[in-house]
Design a protein around this ligand. Structure first.
Ligand SMILES: *[C@@H]1O[C@H](CO)[C@@H](O)[C@H](O)[C@H]1NC(C)=O
Ligand SMILES: *[C@@H]1O[C@H](CO)[C@@H](O)[C@H](O)[C@H]1NC(C)=O
Length: 208
């Protein structure tokens, strides 16, 4: 009888810890981000709050008239290892999303209000562009340059899903005009006028 209890208890405890360990890997943010994600928090320190992000609200708009609230693994540690993340975006009337790319993530746009013109440019330079509103979903394949404009009256809002727990972001204007790449090299390699480059370097706080 004692042996049975012992065996049952042993089976139960190993089952519980194994199942839990395989079910999720809550990010230990202090462990640092590696190419394989964050290390897992110990199961003893996991609570229900690791699965909840309570601040998925609209924040204050930036210079681009855009509020961007990420729900990446840094905000929602349960996303660690799950291969996706989210963001909530609101764009004031006339606001734009400058041309940019996420080399590590496909993006899904789910508009929840307003009229939004969104598009991407394929690697063979074909433009795929459409004005979308609530009820539409638009997919931007991984790594392609894309952009958006609020073309409606009033605010445009959307939920974004990315196929990465913390998607990377490279904005073309910032790479060219917000960096310290020498203006003469920017002019030669983009075929733009040097005066225009100097203007944009000032605007995007670049140097060189
Ligand atoms: C919630 O988000 C806003 C901006 O998006 C930020 O200012 C605030 O500190 C956040 N609150 C918490 C509890 O994280
Ligand atoms: C969006 O476009 C439709 C069709 O042109 C129009 O009826 C609607 O008023 C527009 N909505 C906004 C918020 O601009």
């Amino acid at each position: 009888m004692t042996l049975l209890f012992f065996l049952f208890g042993f089976l139960l405890s190993t089952t519980i810890s194994n199942v839990a360990a395989k079910d999720f890997c809550i990010a230990d943010l202090k462990g640092g981000l590696t190419p394989g994600g964050y290390p897992c928090k110990s199961l003893q320190s996991v609570t229900v709050d690791d699965f909840v992000f309570s601040n998925f609200t609209v924040g204050t708009p930036n210079q681009l008239k855009m509020s961007f609230t990420p729900a990446f693994v840094e905000q929602l540690s349960a996303l660690n290892g799950l291969g996706f993340s989210l963001a909530r975006v609101e764009l004031e009337e006339g606001g734009v999303v400058p041309i940019h790319t996420h080399v590590d993530a496909t993006e899904v746009t789910i508009p929840t209000g307003g009229n939004f013109t969104i598009g991407f440019i394929s690697s063979d330079n074909v433009v795929y562009m459409k004005t979308i509103s609530e009820g539409n979903i638009f997919v931007i394949p991984k790594g392609l340059l894309h952009f958006g404009l609020n073309v409606g009256k009033g605010k445009h809002s959307a939920i974004y899903v990315f196929s990465s727990e913390h998607r990377s972001l490279q904005v073309v204007d910032l790479a060219l005009f917000g960096s310290n790449l020498d203006s003469n090299i920017v002019a030669k390699t983009t075929f733009l006028d040097i005066e225009q480059i100097k203007k944009l370097k000032t605007l995007f706080k670049g140097s060189g």
